[in-house]
Design a protein around this ligand. Structure first.
Ligand code: AMP
Ligand code: MN
Ligand code: MN
Ligand code: MN
Length: 283
């Protein structure tokens, strides 16, 4: 299991390494099975695959999909990230990603519009310059970085806390597909659906358990194990839910390069005895 990293970002979304440089870096530290999982795009895969082929690294096709789910009791809907892995026939997923890209591009403009009265300037052109003028690649990470460069805040985290995270004035929800629809489309593409970082959504323990339950009921395949820095009790709760619903596990660092320098490529949690890795199902 060492040498596997199934959740990473390149500069096609909010990582800082090019897809080629990411594969080179992975190979250099002994990763043999790598998934590139950019936000709502598979546009980095071709370039990554060429280098992976030269370096004899097993590159798994991947994408991190911005999805949503809701609790029937409260009707409130929550954002959730579903990592799609190892697509055999990506056409159905590519069709979904066209919608996701349109939503992402429109949302970038909407967030910048909401920021204008709050910060007294329009940063849209600077944000777009960060993504080679391809608006459907804009993530909130790019907006946060731009706010730092403009001197509006001193750190990216402050941009989230003050302006662009849920509940703040320039937050715009990502109106992506439902959890059920997302999983169906991944399966139609011959891929596996992985619930990304279940403990990173600011949910109560009850809601984390509920999320894992509805993910399993919707046909989801595997749950990402929480990073080792999280409390043991959190990990144990996730382990219990994985066992209760017969889910497989996935491991990934969620590497973002210099945008999140504390996250190291290949740094993945330990798999517990009895847990089955989703990578064992890869062709
Ligand atoms: P987006 O998909 O545009 O909503 O951007 C989501 C990305 O922003 C995530 O993948 C993280 O990389 C980053 N992010 C989300 N929430 C936070 C936060 N509270 N603090 C710092 N970064 C965050
Ligand atoms: Mn990200
Ligand atoms: Mn995510
Ligand atoms: Mn991610």
């Amino acid at each position: 299991m060492q040498g596997v990293d199934l959740h990473t970002h390149s500069n096609i979304s909010d990582g800082t390494l090019s897809p080629e440089a990411l594969v080179q870096a992975a190979s250099a530290i002994g990763i043999h099975t790598l998934a590139l999982t950019d936000h709502d795009t598979m546009d980095g895969l071709l370039a990554a695959e060429q280098v992976a082929h030269e370096l004899k690294l097993h590159l798994i096709s991947g994408v991190e999909i911005s999805s949503q789910w809701s609790r029937p009791a409260t009707k409130k809907s929550y954002g959730v990230h579903i990592v799609a892995l190892n697509m055999q026939n990506p056409a159905p997923l590519q069709a979904l990603l066209m919608d996701q890209k349109r939503i992402r591009a429109e949302r970038a403009r909407q967030i910048c519009d909401l920021l204008i009265p709050l910060i007294g300037q329009d940063i849209y052109s600077d944000v777009i310059a960060k993504v080679d003028h391809i608006p459907d690649r804009v993530t909130r990470t790019h907006i946060a970085k731009t706010l730092v460069e403009k001197g509006v805040v001193s750190r990216p985290q402050q941009a989230f806390d003050k302006y662009i995270k849920e509940g703040k004035k320039a937050f715009v929800k990502f109106e992506g597909p439902s959890l059920t629809e997302t999983i169906e489309i991944i399966h139609a593409s011959g891929g596996f659906a992985v619930l990304a970082h279940p403990t990173r959504y600011d949910l109560s323990a009850t809601n984390i358990r509920y999320l894992i339950e509805i993910f399993a009921e919707a046909g989801g395949d595997a749950v990402e194990l929480p990073p080792a820095i999280e409390p043991l009790s959190t990990r144990q709760m996730v382990d219990r839910m994985i066992a209760a619903f017969n889910l497989k596990v996935s491991v990934g660092s969620d590497f973002h390069g210099d945008n999140m320098p504390w996250i190291k490529l290949g740094n993945i949690p330990r798999v517990k005895e009895g847990q089955i890795g989703i990578w064992e199902s890869f062709a």
